[in-house]
Design a protein around this ligand. Structure first.
Ligand SMILES: [Zn+2]
Length: 657
C-alpha cells in the first residue's frame, strides 16, 4: 500500500534553492533533494548507483502496462520535441505542453481522475510538426514498410480522440461495460470479467491476461517471458549491487533476482519474506510488480522502483509508533476477533528517495507499507517508509492563500499554518505503521480479502488505515509515548480533523470532469467525511459570500464517529463483505455534486493552485578508474523535467525490440 502525495500547493520557493521548476496546466514540477547522499560511505553510494540503474532499466515496463500504445506515442512526441527547429511555434508549444503532462502521468491519462487528455492542436498541424522534425533528422517508430503519415494516422485516435480508450482504470463502468473492458490499461487483452469466473491465476501479480483462441493465457513477466529484455537488464544491475549490500539485503536481492527469473509466485513469497526480514540496512530498494491500483480488480501489480536511504534524524517518531504497535492493536475499536496477537516486526523508517521510476515516479507516494501479501504481513510483519525529502519539498512550497481560502476562521488557517506539517506527518506515519500494519481477517479468506472485495478492496484498506490514524491521534497515550507534547495535543488533533474535513471539499478540484471519484485514496477520504456528516454532529456545512465551507466543530464527536466507522470498515475487510463495501462507497465516496466541484475549481483557479506534482529526481554519476571500477558516485540536481525524461528514455531504448 502507498499514500499519494497530498494536494500540492506550490508557488515560489521558500528557500534560496529551487523547488518549483515549472507549471504545466494543473501540474507542478518540483525538484526533490537528497542531501544525505553525499554523507553515505562510498560502498553505499555505489550500492545506490547500481540500484538506480536497475530502477531506470524497468521504467518502460510501466509505460507499457499503463497503455499498450504508450511507448510508440512517447517516441513520436519525443522525436518532435528533440527536433524543434522547423516546427511552427504555437504547435510546438502545444506539443511540449502535452509531452510534459505525458511524462508526468506516464501516458495520456490523468493520474488522479484516470481520464484521458489529448493534444489541443489539429492532426494536420501535428503531422506538419512531425514532418519538420523528420527533415531535421528525427527518427520515428515506424513499423515495417510504414510511412510517417500512416504512423500518424494509426495513432491519431490515441492522440486526439477523447472517446477512444477514455479511462485507464474504471471502477464504475458505464452500462454495457465491466471493470476490465472499461479500463484502457494493458493488463488484460480481449477478455471480460465473465471470462475470469472460475479461472485461477497462477501468476496473479506478474502477468498480463490475454484471451487467445477462446482460452485465457497468462503472459508472465520474467526473463524469457513478457518484458524479458528489461527484466534481464534489471537483474544484471541488481546482481552488480549485491557485493555492496549488507548480508540481509543481499539475501533479498538474490531472492528478487530469482523471482524475476522464474516468475513463480512461490519465489515472490520468498522475496517478500527476505525483504521484510531485512530490517536494518541503511540503503534499501523496492523494485518489482508491487501496487495494484492500476488494476480495477486490484490483482495485477504495476511495475515500480524506488531507491532510498534511511534518514536517521527523522526516523525516531515513526520507530516509536512501530515499537508500540501491540498496544495500538490491543486498543483497536473493532471486534476483538479481528485483533492480531503477537504483532511482529513492524519496521518503520523515514527515508530520502534518490530515484523513483515506473509507478512511483515522476508522481511519487509520500508513504509506503509493504509487502501487500496479507499472509506474509500477518506472519512476518511489514516495512513502512515515510518519504521525508518528498514531504519536505511539499512543505517548502505551500501557498498561504490555500489555507485561508477554505478555512472558516482566521484561527483555523493559523492553526493549519502552525501544525499542519507536523500533524500530517504524524498521521501518515500512524496510517502506515499501525493502520496498514494492523488487524486480521477471517480464516476462510485465506489471507486474501482482495479476491472478495475486488475493486472495492483498495479504498476499504485505505479507509481503514486513515481511520486508525484519526482514531488514535487524540489518545492520551501519544503524550506518554512522547509523540506529542501534552500542551500542544488538543491543537494538533483539531488541526488534523479540520484539515481532513476541508480536504473532502478541496480535493474535488482534482476531478475536473465527470462527477465520479476513481482514485482510491480520494474515495476513501470523501467517504469518511461524508459518512461523518451523515452520522455525527462533528461537521457543519456553512456558506459565506457564495462560498461553501466544511467546518469541523466537535473533535470528540468526530473521534467517536471515526471509531464506529472503523469497526464497520474492519468488519468489511475481515469478512470480505463486498456488498457492504460497494454500498458504503457508492453512498458516500464516489459521486459528488458537480456544482460544488465547479465552485471549488473556480476558487482554486483564482488562486492558481496546481492539482498534482511531478518530481524531478536527483541525478547520480559514477566515476570510474582505468580498470572500469567505480571510485566515486556523485549527486546532482537537474532542475529540468525534459532533460531527465529524455535521458531516461535514451537509457533504455536499446532494450525495446
Ligand atoms: Zn495507505
Amino acid at each position: 500500500m502507498r499514500e499519494p502525495t497530498p494536494a500540492p500547493v506550490t508557488t515560489a520557493p521558500a528557500t534560496d534553492r529551487q523547488y518549483l521548476l515549472e507549471r504545466i496546466g494543473e501540474a507542478a514540477v518540483v525538484q526533490v533533494y537528497a542531501d544525505g547522499f553525499r554523507d553515505l560511505p562510498l560502498r553505499e553510494r555505489i550500492l545506490v548507483w547500481h540500484l538506480g540503474q536497475a530502477a531506470i532499466a524497468g521504467r518502460d515496463i510501466f509505460y507499457d502496462q499503463r497503455y499498450a500504445h504508450n511507448l510508440e506515442m512517447r517516441d513520436v512526441v519525443e522525436a518532435i520535441v528533440t527536433h524543434p527547429s522547423g516546427v511552427d511555434r504555437s504547435t510546438l508549444d502545444e506539443i511540449v505542453r502535452y509531452t510534459k503532462l505525458f511524462w508526468i502521468n506516464t501516458g495520456p491519462y490523468n493520474n488522479l481522475t484516470s481520464r484521458k487528455f489529448v493534444l489541443a492542436c489539429t492532426p494536420a498541424a501535428f503531422a506538419a510538426a512531425a514532418h519538420a522534425a523528420a527533415r531535421d533528422g528525427a527518427r520515428f517508430p515506424l513499423q515495417d514498410g510504414e510511412t510517417l503519415d500512416a504512423l500518424l494516422a494509426r495513432l491519431q485516435p490515441m492522440f486526439f480522440d477523447l472517446d477512444v480508450d477514455p479511462i485507464v482504470t474504471s471502477k464504475t463502468p458505464r452500462a454495457g461495460k465491466d471493470i476490465v473492458t472499461a479500463s484502457a490499461n494493458n493488463l488484460y487483452v480481449g477478455l471480460t470479467m465473465k471470462d475470469l469466473e472460475g479461472f485461477e491465476e497462477k501468476h496473479p501479480l506478474n502477468s498480463r491476461l490475454v484471451k487467445r483462441d477462446g482460452r485465457l493465457v497468462e503472459e508472465v513477466y520474467r526473463i524469457g517471458g513478457r518484458y524479458s529484455a528489461q527484466i534481464t537488464a534489471i537483474v544484471q544491475h541488481l546482481e552488480a549491487a549485491i557485493p555492496y549490500a549488507t548480508e540481509p539485503m543481499a539475501r533479498a536481492l538474490r531472492a528478487l533476482a530469482t523471482f524475476y527469473r522464474t516468475g513463480e509466485d512461490a519465489d515472490r513469497e520468498a522475496y517478500d519474506i527476505a525483504w521484510v526480514q531485512d530490517k536494518a540496512s541503511p540503503v534499501d530498494t523496492i523494485n518489482g510488480f508491487v501496487e495494484v491500483y492500476l488494476d480495477a480488480r486490484s490483482i495485477k501489480g504495476a511495475w515500480e522502483a524506488l531507491v532510498f536511504y534511511v534518514n536517521q534524524e527523522k526516523t525516531s517518531q515513526i520507530q516509536t509508533i512501530a515499537s508500540q504497535a501491540q498496544w495500538f492493536e490491543d486498543h483497536m475499536p473493532w471486534d476483538p476477533k479481528y485483533r492480531k496477537e503477537g504483532v511482529r516486526g513492524v519496521t518503520a523508517n523515514a527515508i530520502d528517495v534518490v530515484i523513483e521510476a515506473g509507478d512511483s515516479g515522476p508522481i511519487t507516494p509520500v508513504g509506503i507499507n509493504l509487502p501487500n501479501d496479507q499472509t506474509i504481513r500477518e506472519r512476518y510483519g511489514s516495512k513502512s517508509v515515510s518519504l521525508s525529502n518528498v514531504n519536505e519539498a511539499y512543505d517548502r512550497s505551500t501557498l498561504p492563500e490555500f489555507r485561508s481560502e477554505f478555512s472558516w476562521t482566521a484561527e483555523e488557517a493559523e492553526r493549519s499554518k502552525r501544525w499542519n506539517a507536523f500533524a500530517g506527518e504524524l498521521t501518515t506515519n500512524m496510517h502506515e505503521v499501525i493502520g496498514h500494519g494492523s488487524g486480521k481477517v477471517a480464516e476462510r479468506l485465506n489471507g486474501n480479502p482482495q479476491s472478495a472485495l475486488k475493486e472495492q478492496f483498495s479504498a476499504i484498506e485505505e479507509s481503514r488505515a486513515d481511520l486508525v490514524a484519526l482514531y488514535f491521534l487524540p489518545d492520551r497515550k501519544l503524550v506518554e509515548f512522547g509523540l506529542v507534547q501534552e500542551v500542544d495535543h488538543e491543537e494538533i488533533v483539531r488541526t488534523e480533523y479540520e484539515s481532513y474535513t476541508r480536504n473532502a471539499l478541496v480535493q474535488l478540484r482534482r476531478v475536473r470532469e465527470g462527477t465520479d471519484i476513481e482514485e482510491d485514496h480520494m474515495r476513501n477520504r470523501q467517504m469518511i467525511v461524508r459518512w461523518l456528516m451523515a452520522h455525527t454532529t462533528a461537521i457543519e456545512v456553512r456558506r459565506r459570500d457564495g462560498k461553501t465551507f466544511y467546518v469541523m466543530t466537535d473533535p470528540s464527536a468526530f473521534r467517536e464517529g471515526v471509531g464506529r466507522l472503523l469497526a464497520e470498515v474492519q468488519r468489511i475487510k475481515g469478512e470480505g463483505d463486498y456488498d457492504a463495501a460497494l454500498a458504503l462507497f457508492h453512498t458516500y465516496g464516489v459521486h459528488f455534486d458537480a456544482a460544488l466541484r465547479d465552485e471549488v475549481v473556480a476558487r482554486v483557479d483564482h488562486l492558481q493552485l496546481p492539482s498534482y506534482t511531478g518530481f524531478v529526481m536527483p541525478k547520480l554519476e559514477a566515476l570510474t578508474d582505468e580498470a572500469g571500477e567505480i571510485v566515486d558516485v556523485t549527486i546532482a540536481y537537474p532542475l529540468d523535467l525534459t532533460t531527465q525524461m529524455l535521458e531516461y528514455s535514451a537509457a533504455t531504448r536499446h532494450l525495446r525490440a
